[in-house]
Design a protein around this ligand. Structure first.
Ligand code: SAM
Length: 263
């Protein structure tokens, strides 16, 4: 029996077979993968993934959904459900404790916390092989945006420094129950082997990016004045009269390094 979807948990259950099949094909699970699903809900993706992979770990916050899901998985494969808030899950420790080098993450994410989930995953990028996420289309566009685009910002820079961002396909509201008010899209994220963030202190990159885009219409000299003066910006080989939206992701790493060197 289906539960009534809860708005407060961002529950929009996928029911259109074509999109479910496309997501499973994009993930292409193998039996030796360590697959982790975020927000399995009633199992729209969980059960087909389990059929192919044979085992899966799923993280679900809503207790009411867990017994039904566990029952539905019986006879299909080994489903391990973790009752937790995904933001509290230490993916690096999870990989380590299971003796696997890297996890494969997937999920039709709860949209109300999609950016915090993405930033959380980036923190654990070294323990992740890849991620396949359903998100609001507008969020996927921001993640993949390039300098100069209106939607290029904090999310684009932080994600592109850590991952290759590959938008895969769009999904209309009717594919879900209840339909969300927005269009959705599926994206693949592949952590970069030695990602640029490693060269700088991630919290400093984050501070610079946040300040720069906090006042995106101002020049960098103005937007960054609490962190870096014009000479310091020039030391990073960047024109202090430029605006944040014209900088490539790696430019922010150079700014963060100058910021770190100031002590
Ligand atoms: N995967 C299912 C599907 O495609 O039909 C459900 C997707 S629904 C958009 C999001 C799921 O994430 C829900 O099952 C919801 O209960 C769960 N969820 C919400 N917040 C969560 C959190 N902080 N941690 C883990 N799961 C969460």
């Amino acid at each position: 029996m289906s539960a009534r979807p809860k708005k407060s948990f961002g529950q929009h259950f996928l029911h259109d077979r074509r999109f479910i099949d496309s997501i499973v094909s994009a993930i292409a699970p193998r039996s030796d993968d360590f697959l982790v699903e975020i927000g399995p809900g009633e199992g729209a993706l969980t059960l087909p993934l389990l059929k192919v992979s044979g085992k899966l770990t799923a993280i679900e916050l809503d207790t009411d959904l867990i017994p039904g899901l566990q029952a539905r998985a019986s006879g299909i494969g080994e489903l391990h459900i973790v009752h937790a808030d995904v933001l509290k899950i230490d993916f690096s420790a999870m990989a380590h404790s299971h003796g696997v080098p890297r996890l494969r993450l997937a999920g039709n994410l709860p949209y109300y916390i999609s950016s915090p989930i993405l930033f959380h995953c980036v923190e654990h990028a070294a323990a992740i092989q890849d991620m396949h996420f359903m998100l609001q289309k507008e969020v996927v566009e921001r993640m993949a945006a390039t300098p100069g685009s209106k939607v290029y910002g904090r999310l684009s820079v932080m994600l592109q420094l850590a991952c290759r961002v590959e938008p895969l396909f769009d999904v209309p509201p009717e594919a879900f129950r209840p339909p969300p008010k927005v269009e959705s899209a599926v994206v693949r994220l592949v952590p970069l082997p030695s990602h640029e963030l490693h060269d700088a202190r991630p919290e400093h990159v984050y501070a610079v990016v946040k300040a720069a885009f906090g006042q995106r219409r101002k020049t960098l000299a103005n937007a960054l004045k609490q962190l870096l003066d014009s000479d310091a910006i020039r030391r990073a080989d960047i024109d202090p009269r430029a605006r944040a939206e014209t900088l490539a992701p790696e430019d922010f790493v150079r700014l963060a390094k100058v910021y770190s060197s100031q002590g």
